[in-house]
Design a protein. Structure first.
Length: 400
């Protein structure tokens, strides 16, 4: 009971910029003696610090409390399809340092993990606060993930299968490792500190190199029996019989993913010219997308048709999700959403509305707000949630 009460107090302190013991008593309904004892213990353990004085409500000004963000260091890595972003954060999920790693997929996951360990160790030496314990490593993985075992089941874009990230990195670093799929880490971040705060039933749809979806039902992630729930991009889009040789039918990603649009854009001379005129830098996909949008806005019919076809396919797919699941909120994220300052969002939303069973009961459709750091922040949340969990707090001084 003590550990659960402590977690209740920690959660309230974590969710506020600053709070007082009186506020904690009111919010948790715990007794004054219990709150005083728990706060004293948290301060002694370095998890909570005093943050000045608040406004008087008729008596002495209360002492404010806040989570000690420097009490532990959080390691994170977002493993994408071409690059990985490695970061060091504090307990408040503020990014202290970051570095990008190129993924040489042909060398395999073992070589990547060796490079990741070296990078993390270097970042820790140069950026981790002195005497700060390591809370753990959070991984956001581009592919299907068994979060319980920390295993990447497969990644269509990386070509990797059954990779035990959790066990191997925990052995190499000596800290707890938590892994989750990229779109799910984005969802967790948006629910904690982004556009989905307070939502209990919603879906997040990522429109990027691939197309992914996550459903949150009654406040919990839906992973599926085999951890494969949400593979929207592999929705069969062409019901024709497979060609000779067993080639699979076309799926949504073959038509409307960023990768598919880039391949189509390479066949449009106006887009090729637009890309050639861009300054160097940025990813190849980003350059082709910008070229495609620019050519479309300039009135080139072929570029416009590519975007219209993609918007139509995505609109139907998302409308099908709404008709099946009846969420209160649909969150859109990914480079296709943010391209050209969101120029594709309005036509996409219009297409969704046209294909709903009952447009009068349509969910809110909004863009995610955490941007490119959402997956990192979600992975950090996995570590912080564990570090401040009832089980970990019950050990006395929390450890990584």
């Amino acid at each position: 009971m003590r550990a659960l009460n402590t977690q209740l107090v920690v959660d309230r302190i974590r969710g506020a910029e600053a709070t007082s013991q009186a506020d904690l008593i009111q919010a948790t309904k715990l007794t004054t003696g219990t709150i005083v004892s728990i706060v004293r213990d948290l301060c002694r353990r370095g998890l909570v610090v005093r943050a000045g004085q608040g406004v008087s409500r008729g008596g002495r000004r209360p002492t404010l409390l806040r989570l000690n963000h420097s009490a532990a260091t959080v390691l994170c890595c977002q493993v994408g399809s071409d690059t990985a972003t490695v970061a060091v954060l504090d307990l408040g999920a503020e990014i202290l340092a970051r570095r990008d790693l190129t993924i040489e997929r042909e060398r395999g996951p073992e070589a990547f993990m060796a490079a990741l360990v070296t990078c993390l160790q270097d970042l820790l030496r140069t950026h981790a606060p002195v005497d700060s314990c390591i809370a753990g490593l959070g991984l956001s993985l581009h592919g299907a993930v068994d979060a319980h075992r920390g295993v990447m089941l497969f990644s269509e874009h990386l070509g990797w299968r059954d990779v035990p990230f959790g066990d191997q990195l925990q052995q190499a670093l000596g800290v707890p490792v938590f892994a989750e799929g990229e779109t799910r880490t984005m969802t967790l971040a948006e629910r904690r500190q982004g556009a989905a705060q307070g939502a209990q039933d919603f879906v997040l749809v990522e429109l990027d190199t691939g197309i992914g979806m996550v459903q949150v039902l009654e406040g919990k992630l839906c992973r599926g029996r085999h951890h494969l729930a949400g593979e929207l991009g592999f929705t069969v889009w062409d019901t024709a019989e497979p060609a000779a040789g067993g080639q699979r039918p076309r799926v949504l990603e073959d038509i409307a993913s960023l990768r598919a649009l880039c391949h189509q854009a390479e066949q449009v001379p106006e887009v090729v010219a637009a890309v050639a005129g861009q300054p160097p830098g940025g990813t190849t996909e980003a350059m082709w997308l910008q070229g495609l949008v620019s050519a479309s806005l300039a009135g080139h019919a072929a570029a416009r048709e590519i975007l219209d076809n993609a918007t139509h396919a995505l609109g139907i797919a998302i409308a099908n999700i709404v008709n099946l699941l009846d969420p209160e909120l649909v969150l859109l994220t990914g480079r296709l959403v943010y391209a050209a300052d969101g120029a594709l969002v309005d036509p996409l939303c219009s297409c969704i509305q046209r294909h709903l069973l009952d447009a009068r009961r349509a969910p809110r459709i909004e863009c995610a707000v955490l941007g490119t750091d959402a997956a990192l922040l979600g992975a950090a949340g996995l570590v912080i949630d564990h570090f401040l969990s009832a089980d970990n707090l019950a050990r006395g001084k929390p450890t990584g």
